[in-house]
Design a protein around this ligand. Sequence first.
Ligand SMILES: Nc1nc2c(c(=O)[nH]1)N[C@H]1C(S)=C(S)[C@@H](COP(=O)(O)OP(=O)(O)OC[C@H]3O[C@@H](n4cnc5c(=O)[nH]c(N)nc54)[C@H](O)[C@@H]3O)O[C@H]1N2
Ligand SMILES: Nc1nc2c(c(=O)[nH]1)N[C@H]1C(S)=C(S)[C@@H](COP(=O)(O)OP(=O)(O)OC[C@H]3O[C@@H](n4cnc5c(=O)[nH]c(N)nc54)[C@H](O)[C@@H]3O)O[C@H]1N2
Ligand code: SF4
Ligand SMILES: [Mo]
Length: 821
Amino acid sequence: MAFKRNIDRLPIIPADAKRHNVTCHYCIVGCGYHAYTWPVNKQGGPEPDKNIFGVDLSEQQAAETVAWYSPSMYNIVKQNGEDVHIVVKPDRECSVNSGLGSVRGARIAEMSYSEARNTQQQRLTDPLVWRYGQMQPTSWEDALDLVARVTAAVIKEKGEDALYVSAYDHGGAGGGYENTWGTGKLYFEAMKIKNIRIHNRPAYNSEVHATRDMGVGELNNCYEDAELTDTIFCVGANPLETQTNYFLNHWVPNMRGTTADKKNEQLPGEEHPPVRIVFVDPRRTVSINACEAEAGADNVLHLAINSGTDLALFNAIFTHIVEKGWTDKAFIEASTGGFDEAVKGNKMTLEEASNICGVPAADIEKAAQWIAEPKADGKRRRTMMPYEKGLIWGNDNYRTNAALVNMALATGNIGRSGGGCVRLGGHQEGYARPSDAHVGKPAAYVDQLLIDGQGGVHHIWGCDHYKTTLNAHEFKKVYKKRTDIVKDAMSAAPYGDRDAMVKAIIDAINQGGLFAVNVDIIPTKIGQACHVVLPAATSGEANLTSMNGERRMRLTERYMDPPGQAMPDCLIAARMANHMEQVLRDMGDADYADKFKGFDWTTEEDAFMDGYHKVAKGGEFVTYDRLREAGNNGVQEPATGYESGKLVGTKRLYEDGKFGTEDGRAKFMVSEWRGLQAPGKQEQKDKYKYLINNGRTNHVWQSAYLDQENDFVMDRWPYPFIQMNPQDMTDAGLKEGDLVEIFNDAGATQAMVYPTPTARRGETFMMFGYPTGVQGNVVNAGTNELILPNYKQTWADIRKIADAPRNVAHLTFKSQEYKST
Ligand SMILES: Nc1nc2c(c(=O)[nH]1)N[C@H]1C(S)=C(S)[C@@H](COP(=O)(O)OP(=O)(O)OC[C@H]3O[C@@H](n4cnc5c(=O)[nH]c(N)nc54)[C@H](O)[C@@H]3O)O[C@H]1N2
Ligand SMILES: Nc1nc2c(c(=O)[nH]1)N[C@H]1C(S)=C(S)[C@@H](COP(=O)(O)OP(=O)(O)OC[C@H]3O[C@@H](n4cnc5c(=O)[nH]c(N)nc54)[C@H](O)[C@@H]3O)O[C@H]1N2
Ligand code: SF4
Ligand SMILES: [Mo]
């Protein structure tokens, strides 16, 4: 193993170290951490009064002690210009994780920018502009002036529709209401940008339109519901690897029976049988393995459906539940509408579904029983239905989402303890923006318009389409060509002559060029095509608010300095607006300039008070001070008050049976099965041999933007893995670790073969968005009617490129499953 952390011994955290509240800025779960910092020339001692834990560290500590931290939780960073030691360790008192870290979160410290210890030296420290044929560092003033002059010239000449924007809807790492508000106010209030897309999909729309149209917000339960539930019906998700501590701290205890007291206390007078779990996923995941090990194989059912056939399965289960009379009639009557139409429209027999989904009818029937057959005491089962990207990036997204919510409504499992039909989630969330109504529905397919030569300026905030979009091969080909036209024009113009430079850029845009601005924390792949790169501060380097998958809102307090001149995104947006105002005034358009007023923020808190505090439901109760007091347990949104020095929140949505529709009734939806719906999918399936299913793995966070500079991760995954059935490998002449090309009509990419005996013949699973092999290259351009991508349904052929290279030689290709003890 080449992997080293260069740690000999670690300093003891002194008793007087500063402590900051931190919400992990990786996944949606939002585990609570504390960042401890203290001067670099000091350290604590083993005596109880000399260390932060107040215990005698010369004694052996117990196995689960909190008086401990790992090397990955340590670093040396700058705080107000001084070097300080930092330890970022999980908080035992946080109800989300109860002290658990994960293979991602436990590395927050070592993934920080450190000049003293050389970690994350890739971080951007200064604004960069294209000049003399390369990217050169410059001042904010210079970079923003260029951005504003080009942007203003283009929108004055061609209108605001010529400004294209790609912007996260979460607000950067760790979410951030401040940052979505900053960008939202700029593009939706000062301007009315229509050609805008979100970080993970090629348009500005909801991932889960249907549930919202039915009146059911997608984060409607709380993590405790997983401890109280009788059955979990988990769709297209792999929570051990992707919502790790939610799974470990709230699902597993229920499987182990350690939540029995909680059940008896909160749900008295009913039977609490051992929890059962159904997984709907074409592939066997380690989550399924873990559930079998923890709950017993008899209590776990894996419906290994054919890729993209969830809708047929849900309609069959729905139909069966209705036929058996296992619906919640009182709830349907009191709180919903459209039930009879849905029953009629979605009728599907177990056999029909079995044919489409490729799973035995008896298993579908069993799933229906586990979901809805009354318990031995005659009481209704409590069933939770979590879902994520296997459904969201799956075939016929809108209808499939509706079909799942139909099941949850029919069984009365929304707004009820132990229930919920919920997204498991991706990042920490932090959406607060002015209305997006002008964008329209369906929203513009931004990637396609860019490929078609539309747009003059492109602003990109914290996302990297080169790694993460669909039809990525084609996108990159065109994007490079268009941005090169502008680069060549810029190289030919004298940089110091601003008017000549802007004119050269505009002329190039008129010849089909595109001027691109990238706001990020590292040099990205798409950034290589950009003309201006702006360095953002990230979580921990700015104050940042966000909420997790149970709407739990916290403040992550700034605990270190951002690298160099980097600034929080909200302030970058504000400074961009200030420059736009100035430039438009210089151009003599005072009315337009006035629209860019109201960005006089100097801190993240200013952005928060202007945005979330004013526009969010319950936002008026929430301030930084109150969140600071609320600590790592924060408050569950929406806040409903501030009483006796505490924020009051909302544990579960819809407990009163009133939903988010005009009449307050949740709507059932007709959602008929119509095969592989997105253009080109069925043809691809017919033409190519392998399903290229794709998604995530435990160690890696997203497109590996930080992991790519972390030895621990790059040692394990120098290349993205593609899991293959060993017999398929033999047939294709492949050995473990070999590099293969994956190719189809949409494009080609590369991966490393990982033999996986549980993979079905002809079905592979590849890591998505990896720097050394982009799965999105082979995802075709087809979307659903609301422009939701269909990343998961991709088919291609595979051929060998090379034997396992040297940096693969040390890898293990063992199964990642574990046995029950
Ligand atoms: N370790 C780690 N955790 C993460 C992330 C990360 O990068 N790394 N990213 C975060 C983000 S942004 C997100 S959005 C979430 C995503 O979280 P998940 O949705 O849990 O992750 P994925 O691996 O994308 O996909 C989940 C499963 O969908 C299955 N699937 C594929 N096709 C189908 C289908 O047709 N039907 C069904 N039912 N299932 C199918 C795949 O086999 C896969 O096991 O993870 C978050 N958590
Ligand atoms: N094939 C395939 N494609 C997929 C998916 C899939 O399952 N399969 N999943 C989709 C999903 S769910 C997601 S979420 C997307 C992810 O797609 P992206 O959002 O494009 O990918 P990330 O790696 O999350 O990229 C985030 C970028 O933000 C930067 N960044 C991090 N923190 C900050 C910050 O505080 N400020 C700023 N300005 N920048 C910051 C990082 O350096 C990185 O370059 O991929 C989507 N694409
Ligand atoms: S489970 Fe998610 S939020 Fe928790 S530590 Fe791991 S990455 Fe962070
Ligand atoms: Mo995501």
